[in-house]
Write a protein that binds this ligand. Structure first.
Ligand SMILES: Cc1ncc(COP(=O)(O)O)c(C=O)c1O
Length: 277
């Protein structure tokens, strides 16, 4: 059988309509690359999920349960995407959290997205989205299921050359891409937007910040505007499936070579912190 989803330990494709993830987006998710049967940066994903659970007052789910579920999926030999979801489960027509929370745990397997080699060689284009990102320090950093900003922003383009769109807060600070974090390079310094008010604290963003430090580069989290970005030497975006992806165009600005981005790409060990399943 081609098992693509496991819900609470059982092969299933359907959720009860009373599940709070459907009603309120009341939960969290993780998107994880599984390459050569290894879950890349597994502990970092689990750590962010645990932090999210603490923030949303959701019960923590034991690592062994997640892994048992993932092992029930048909993974095969090709790279695949593994998605974990925890929701507050069924209960309550209103917003009030149920007293006895029985979380819903979902793991799913998806095909690997078809990124072209050219994207990594020649770089992708970025656009600036009109849809602003929601500011809420209580939700900033975690990967919660309320993703309507991203859905509206991602619907702003159809051009396949555009790899992602940048989302700004109401003050014009660039926060992140619809599916990625952003880095800017000026000389030997790296910058990435602060995420205390909005955005997802990406697993790869954290890896890149640590790697940059190890390689002797300064990496600062700052407020960045679009005009700052247009004056930078290099831009790149990060996420768990792309790793590090250079940017060749932002609006009318072209970026033609990426010496520091290339160095980070070569040094980021996508398998180093992986777990064999
Ligand atoms: C909105 C958003 N920001 C950032 C990221 C990057 O996160 P990660 O590096 O953990 O994949 C993602 C990944 O899907 C995302 O959806």
């Amino acid at each position: 059988m081609n098992t693509t989803s496991i819900i609470n330990g059982q092969p299933q494709q359907h959720l009860p309509v009373t599940d709070r993830s459907i009603s309120y987006g009341d939960g969290l998710f993780e998107t994880i690359a599984c390459v050569d049967g290894r879950l890349q940066f597994w502990s970092a994903h689990l750590q962010r999920l645990h932090e999210g659970c603490l923030r949303l007052q959701l019960p923590l789910i034991d690592e062994s349960l997640w892994l048992e579920d993932i092992r029930q999926l048909d993974i095969g030999d090709e790279p695949v995407v593994i998605k974990l979801i925890i929701s507050r489960g069924s209960g309550g027509r209103g917003y009030k959290m149920p007293g006895d929370i029985q979380p819903t745990r979902i793991v799913s397997r998806y095909d690997w997205p078809s990124y072209s080699v050219e994207l990594f060689n020649k770089g992708g284009c970025l656009k600036i989205c009109h849809t602003p990102v929601s500011v809420n320090p209580a939700l900033a950093g975690i990967k919660h299921l309320n993703r309507l900003d991203n859905v509206l922003a991602r619907n702003e383009w159809n051009d396949e050359n555009i790899i992602d769109g940048l989302m700004l807060d109401a003050s014009g600070h660039v926060i992140e891409g619809t599916m990625s974090n952003l880095f800017a390079v000026e000389g030997e310094r790296l910058y990435t937007p602060r995420l205390e008010q909005a955005g997802v604290a990406g697993v790869i963003r954290q890896q890149v910040m640590e790697l940059a430090k190890k390689l002797g580069y300064e990496c600062e989290q700052i407020n960045l505007s679009v005009s700052h970005l247009l004056n930078m030497d290099e831009l790149f975006i990060t996420n768990s499936l792309l790793g590090i992806c250079p940017i060749r165009r932002l609006q009318e600005n072209a970026f033609n070579d990426w010496p520091l981005t290339r160095k980070l790409q070569q040094s980021l060990d996508m398998d180093g912190a992986s777990l064999a399943i």
